[in-house]
Design a protein around this ligand. Structure first.
Ligand code: BTN
Length: 245
């Protein structure tokens, strides 16, 4: 396992993503620099949601990357790489680990990790990417979150967050390198581990609910769902949601 020295640790921050954005604005921050905090007062999730996590119980961190090898019009491959790295990390402890499109990580029917990636583009390249991850490790009681779980709930004992972070960084390095040339392998692995793929489910779009089956996700990150009438519908993130009971 590689040793990681570039880990900036805090007891409390507003958001590790916000801090990482701030330092990258001020100076050049090397690839794989990690900002980690035991607690966030303004943790941010997808679609403007808050990310709330008990102090000191979970992994809350952001990784700074400069993925200049990934063209800006292919940024979904980065999202897939990160999701697979989290999935692989979680798979070291649990079975039935999936990526829920676009990049949540689930164990069975429950969410164990969320990912918030913020890209700074410069022309046709991704100059800087702030990869924010919230991975539930030791928290066992969650308030007001629909279907959460944690590693501790599956393993039955508390785990050391620092070790899990190192495991994750090793996985991320592997996929980050693969994204440079072996993107097809990443796409395939993503599809193989996609939550509810080939399983009929209820979805909701701007028109209403419909039964459909996820058949694939394309290079632009659009999910392809075949509905009951056999029509293949394609959606970008936020255009469709899973109706999970
Ligand atoms: C989601 O909505 O599923 C994404 C959640 C991402 C949360 C992480 S916690 C560390 C980093 N800092 C933030 O403010 N958000 C991300």
């Amino acid at each position: 396992m590689e040793r990681y020295n570039n880990i900036i640790e805090f007891k409390e921050l507003s958001s590790t993503n916000d801090y990482a954005v701030e330092i990258t604005r001020q100076k050049y921050v090397p690839d794989f620099t990690v900002v980690r905090s035991d607690f966030q007062t303004k943790g941010r999730g997808q679609i403007g949601n808050a990310w709330v996590s008990n102090a000191g119980e979970n992994l809350l961190f952001s990784v700074v990357l400069h993925p200049t090898h990934i063209p800006a019009n292919n940024q979904f491959i980065l999202s897939q790489s990160v999701a697979l790295a989290v999935r692989n990390t979680v798979s070291c402890f649990c079975e039935d680990v999936y990526v829920k499109w676009p990049n949540d990580v689930y164990v069975g029917q429950e969410k164990i990790a969320g990912i918030l990636i913020e890209n700074l583009l410069s022309g046709k390249i991704i100059e800087t990417s702030i990869v924010g991850i919230g991975l539930n490790v030791n928290q066992t009681e969650f308030l007001g979150v629909p279907n959460p779980t944690s590693l501790c709930k599956h393993v039955g004992q508390r785990l050391e967050c620092g070790k899990i972070l190192e495991l994750f960084l090793d996985c991320l390095r592997k996929y980050y390198t693969l994204a440079n040339g072996n993107a097809e392998n990443i796409r395939e692995e993503y599809l193989q581990n996609l939550y509810l793929r080939e399983t009929p489910n209820l979805f909701r779009d701007s028109v209403g609910t419909f039964m459909g089956t996820i058949v694939s996700v394309d290079v632009d990150g659009r999910i392809h769902i075949v509905d009951d009438s056999g029509l293949e519908r394609k959606y970008y993130f936020k255009e469709v949601e899973y109706c999970i009971s």
